[in-house]
Design a protein around this ligand. Sequence first.
Ligand code: ZN
Ligand code: ZN
Length: 194
Amino acid sequence: MCPPYRYAMRTNIEFDQIDEQGPQDYAAAFEVPLADFLREELAGVGPVTVEVHAEQGGSEGEYSVEGRVRFTADYTCSRCVEPYPIANDSTFHVLFRPRPAGLGEMEEVEITHEGELDVEFYSERSIPLRDLAIEQVQLSIPMKPLCEDKCLGLCTTCGANRNREQCACGESVVDDRWGALQDIRVQLAKKKDI
Ligand SMILES: [Zn+2]
Ligand SMILES: [Zn+2]
């Protein structure tokens, strides 16, 4: 293992260095402000640790980056809107390929998935580990986080957290629904009669 001070110096994956010196290993930790993620599902995030192994890929100008990302965070439950803590430890494998000629910098690139692989196009031959780390955090945040599968969510009438308290609204809501259903049945029955 390399001594830690070397990691501090190397915050970018340098493709030129890989061409000259062979596969490279990197490790770094980043404090990323919550606002940088632009995700409502994220209520808080700790330092993001990323470790990668980068080497030339199978085709011209391609680089293969395998890595591991670890962080702790608070996700906001999509049902009860309460934050809950998570610890993420996941691996990833990205193939970086040269951006095809004619494809503008700001143009949307269709990212293809080849099995477990992500393919990304680069125009700079230096990839900031911080960007890679943020991207992996983004990918691991679920679209609809749940504090638990059985989360009961909020009462739609009074807003009470139904995991913690049982409000009095429940029964009347059910009654209303039955009432509405009853009305529909009556309407249908009338139609049949005509
Ligand atoms: Zn919940
Ligand atoms: Zn209620």
